[in-house]
Design a protein around this ligand. Structure first.
Ligand SMILES: Nc1nc2c(ncn2[C@@H]2O[C@H](COP(=O)(O)OP(=O)(O)OP(=O)(O)O)[C@@H](O)[C@H]2O)c(=O)[nH]1
Ligand SMILES: [Mg+2]
Ligand SMILES: [Zn+2]
Length: 288
């Protein structure tokens, strides 16, 4: 793996005791963004990572393995920039919901970046965000023609951001807009992939010319939530999180009597599209 000391890149390996922490909740011991302590290795050889600092934030997703482990996608980022595209692939609000939940879980602020607006217009992009009632700060951009990229620059300036989203939405293209010579990469870490196979996926950390860091990640096929609960899912949707309390404190807002959310759907205070997304997220997260 590559290690960045703030100036230069060094080759490093993980000390054996860090490789296999039995009973770890995580499938990968080390993630991009981790801060580590190193010792010199063999003369001329790689340094050894001997300890990993406690993470201030983490962005994880479930690996879906039988041990219920998660993969840490990035450590210590302050903001998750959820990248979607207006078209090719089409905008999917449900994915934004999932990433938003995972970001909040790990202490990151989720923001939405809707890319490929050149395939439509900024107005269409903003309408798509409004119709989906996405409760996040949002920017609409095009990596293709550069429009809106100044707003993405402002949003990322001085912050540690991790770019997430499906394959092909334009994460790396946007990064290249932010960092003209992005090929001078400054840090990678390899992670074991999902099913325990040793295919290597790699995320990379790039310092922004004006200060701040962007972590580019490979697109993932599925964004599994793993262990979650009603409160965590409800917190994704402003209309649900901010509704008055239900009769039962343990209400799941599905069929319970005295449910203020169901009443809100009836009266139109809670848009039915939002309620449908809430139910979908609950079901997919297998909240009982
Ligand atoms: N029309 C249009 N195409 C874009 C835009 N941004 C990216 N693309 C194209 O979309 C494709 C995928 O872009 P990437 O930047 O590689 O996407 P990515 O999100 O990094 O994908 P992964 O690395 O697989 O996760 C490329 O062919 C880009 O040229 C855009 O704003 N408009
Ligand atoms: Mg990419
Ligand atoms: Zn309820």
């Amino acid at each position: 793996m590559e290690l960045w000391d703030g100036h230069a890149i060094h080759e490093a390996i993980l000390a054996r005791h860090l490789k296999s922490e039995a009973g770890s909740r995580h499938a990968n011991p080390l993630a991009v963004g981790d801060e580590v302590e190193v010792e010199p290795g063999e003369p001329g050889g790689p340094m050894r990572v001997v300890s990993i600092a406690p993470r201030r934030t983490f962005l994880e997703r479930s690996t879906g393995d039988s041990r219920g482990r998660t993969q840490i996608i990035a450590a210590n980022a302050t903001q998750a920039v959820i990248i979607s595209s207006l078209a090719e692939p089409p905008f999917r609000p449900g994915l934004v919901d999932r990433w938003g939940l995972l970001a909040r879980r790990g202490g990151l602020v989720p923001v939405l970046c809707l890319n490929k607006v050149d395939l439509g217009t900024h107005e269409e992009a903003e309408r798509a965000i409004a119709e989906a009632a996405i409760p996040l700060e949002a920017v609409t951009v095009s990596a293709e023609n550069g429009s809106g990229v100044d707003r993405l620059l402002e949003l990322t300036a001085g912050r540690v951001s991790v770019f997430v989203g499906h394959s092909g939405v334009g994460k790396s293209s946007l990064l290249r807009r932010l960092i003209p010579n992005a090929d001078a990469l400054v840090g990678t870490v390899s992670a074991k992939n999902l099913k325990g196979r040793h295919t290597t996926t790699s995320s990379r950390l790039y310092p922004l010319p004006g200060g701040g860091i962007v972590i580019d990640t490979p697109g993932v096929r599925s964004v599994q939530l793993g262990q979650t609960d009603v409160a965590e899912v409800a917190a994704v949707f402003d209309e649900i999180a901010e509704a008055p309390p239900c009769r039962f404190r343990t209400c799941t807002h599905r069929t319970e009597p005295g449910c203020s959310i169901l009443a809100g759907v009836q009266s139109g205070v809670v848009p039915s599209a939002i309620y449908a997304r809430y139910r979908k997220l609950l079901e997919e997260a297998e909240v009982k």
